[in-house]
Design a protein around this ligand. Structure first.
Ligand code: ZN
Length: 217
């Protein structure tokens, strides 16, 4: 709930979907909102309480409702759709999606359900040619995130605590020290990262009592 969300912003969404004329200047926030909506498959709820986008994997992002009407207006205009208060389901072609968001893989099936208190907008990557199916496919279930571990032939000292180890938890942009008293993350040297073997098992964590930064950094 956003206390600062003026109730008129959701009313503008409702009016737009009823077919009321809409004028707005192009704004960068609209492109930003569209890029968020086009992040793979998304389900978006727009209400007087705000604008919440749900992604595959359960992650959500919330915004104020203010840019919602302009965002939907740009999306519908691009698809040549004139809303009249009815639920909408249409296909946005690749070139139209690309024109809106500026990246490739932007064809989408779009569903819009204009409820009185809640407007639902769902985008899915098309899985076949043609218009969207009558039934909106649910967002795919989240795939469990597998932990990856970087295995090193030679021990590497943690730059935070100095403990050496041959195994580090490998996050997408950092390695994480396995010492429970440290647990901090750092960027490994490029050469070390290139030599590491990424595996899903942590193996046996070998630690040395003395750091050897001159050799391995
Ligand atoms: Zn450490």
């Amino acid at each position: 709930m956003r206390a600062d969300d003026p109730p008129g912003d959701f009313a503008r969404v409702r009016e737009l979907l009823q077919g009321a004329p809409f004028t707005s200047r192009p704004r960068s926030v609209v492109t930003t909102m569209l890029r968020v909506l086009f992040t793979g498959d998304t389900d978006t709820e727009i209400s007087a309480r705000g604008f919440t986008v749900r992604f595959i994997g359960g992650r959500t992002l919330s915004y104020v409702t203010e840019p919602a009407a302009a965002t939907l207006h740009v999306l519908l205009s691009r698809a040549n759709i004139c809303p009249r208060g009815q639920p909408l389901a249409f296909r946005l072609a690749e070139e139209d999606g690309h024109a809106l968001v500026g990246f490739a893989d932007a064809a989408r099936w779009v569903w819009i359900f204009p409820g009185d208190d809640l407007v639902l907008v769902s985008l899915r990557r098309p899985t076949c040619p043609g218009p969207p199916p009558a039934d909106l496919p649910p967002l795919p279930l989240p795939t469990p995130v597998k932990k990856l571990y970087a295995h090193l032939a030679l021990p590497l000292p943690c730059p935070c605590c100095g403990r050496s180890a041959t195994v580090y938890r490998a996050a997408p942009d950092a390695w994480i020290c396995g010492d429970p008293r440290c647990g901090r993350s750092f960027s490994p040297p490029q050469r070390t990262r290139a030599l590491a073997e990424l595996r899903e098992d942590a193996g046996v964590v070998v630690r040395e009592s003395s750091a050897r930064p001159k050799i391995y950094r």
